[in-house]
Design a binder for this molecule. Structure first.
Ligand SMILES: NC(=O)c1ccc[n+]([C@@H]2O[C@H](COP(=O)([O-])OP(=O)(O)OC[C@H]3O[C@@H](n4cnc5c(N)ncnc54)[C@H](O)[C@@H]3O)[C@@H](O)[C@H]2O)c1
Length: 338
């Protein structure tokens, strides 16, 4: 049973990936400082898996702690989720984002080298593309200047990973550029826990439907899209989790000093109004919403070309938008005791 260290494993994508790893015969080990998650995620994992995932509570930029984890376990690979991810906050306190997102990656890479652990899967984001000139966007599409310090940390981390491989460190790396993860585990034991007012569409939709928010504002209806609202590629978090397992298998078959990058999306774009309609259908509720002005920093449209991830990793998104929204809604109902 290969042990995989999941940094940020109590978080949204990390917790679902822990489930996928166990289901594929791996033993996940979590490190999380709970800066953006709650211990209830660990209880949820225990209920789903019927076992306790070994967890270290602390900061994965803490060199001594990370060395301790590597010396106490036989880690064979790392999935590095831990990062601060609030785009808006990153414009107000950029240094927190640079320190945490870059600092934690550096500590991880240094410790991995010291303990001769080569495989790492990194959480990147479609934000590195900005507004691409051509759609659907390919991995080879040039990255644009980042719109936020958060986005910039992802670009810088990608650059660090490339330089690390070029230096013949021996590392074997997959960088996954996630599109828009939504949904939750069908058991509703784990899911996304947005702190404060959600900046992402789906938690805002489900919180509005649950009565926690008065109404949803759709930011902009004059974009150059079929109904004027922004287009994104929404992917079920279970599909995303599975892409990490496939990435680890892929890395096992590579030589040292290897890096590859994959888009992880469905390959379909949906407008905000389409998402609202689909949500109303699966939840059988009318959503209160209004059309408002554009929000600064939002790009018009982005969705993935998934040919590479489909062919090379043998991975395909299985869940539809409706299934993803159903699981998001069930999770919200659980959170709100509905
Ligand atoms: N959710 C998205 O829309 C999205 C999209 C693209 C990329 N990503 C990236 O995917 C990764 C996971 O995202 P998520 O949505 O699961 O976020 P999340 O906030 O739910 O999970 C991140 C976890 O990392 C922990 N953490 C943060 N800094 C830490 C540190 N220094 N040490 C230990 N733990 C730390 C947090 O407590 C949290 O549990 C992040 O790197 C994020 O930038 C997310």
């Amino acid at each position: 049973m290969k042990q995989i260290l999941i940094t940020g494993g109590a978080g949204y994508i990390g917790s679902h990936t822990a489930v996928a790893l166990v289901e594929s015969g791996y033993t996940p080990i979590i490190i999380d400082d709970f800066s953006n998650s709650e211990k209830s995620a660990l209880e949820g994992l225990k209920k789903i898996l019927n076992l306790e995932v070994k967890t270290y509570i602390g900061d994965c930029s803490d060199h001594a702690l990370v060395e301790k984890i590597f010396s106490e376990n036989e880690i064979s690979g790392v999935i590095h989720f831990a990062a601060s991810k609030a785009v808006g906050e990153s414009t107000q306190i950029p240094l927190k984002y640079y320190a945490n997102n870059i600092g934690s990656l550096l500590v991880m890479l240094e410790t991995m080298r010291k303990f001769d652990v080569k495989n790492i899967v990194f959480s990147s984001s479609c934000t590195v593309y900005g507004q691409p000139d051509e759609l659907p966007v390919l991995e080879s599409t040039p990255r644009k200047d980042a719109e936020s310090p958060y986005g910039n940390t992802k670009k810088i981390c990608e650059d660090i990973l490339h330089d690390h491989v070029k230096s013949k460190s021996g590392a074997k790396i997959v960088s996954l550029r996630y599109f828009n993860p939504i949904g939750a585990h069908p058991s509703s034991e784990i899911g996304e826990l947005p702190l404060g007012v959600p900046a992402n569409l789906i938690p805002f939709v489900t919180q509005t439907a649950a009565g926690l928010r008065e109404k949803l504002t759709v930011f902009g209806d004059d974009y150059n899209t079929k109904d004027g609202t922004c287009v994104r590629d929404y992917i079920h978090v279970l599909d995303l989790a599975d892409a990490h397992v496939k990435s680890l298998e892929y890395l096992d078959n590579q030589e040292d000093n290897f890096i590859d990058t994959f888009n992880v999306g469905t390959g379909n774009g949906n407008t905000v109004l389409e998402v609202i309609q689909a949500f109303e259908k699966v939840s059988a509720r009318k959503l209160k919403y209004e059309l408002g002005p554009r929000r600064p920093g939002d790009i018009e449209k982005v969705w993935a070309n998934t040919d590479k991830v489909n062919k090379v990793l043998g991975w395909n998104a299985k869940y539809s938008l409706e299934e993803s929204l159903r699981d998001s809604w069930n999770w919200q109902k659980r959170l709100s005791n509905l």
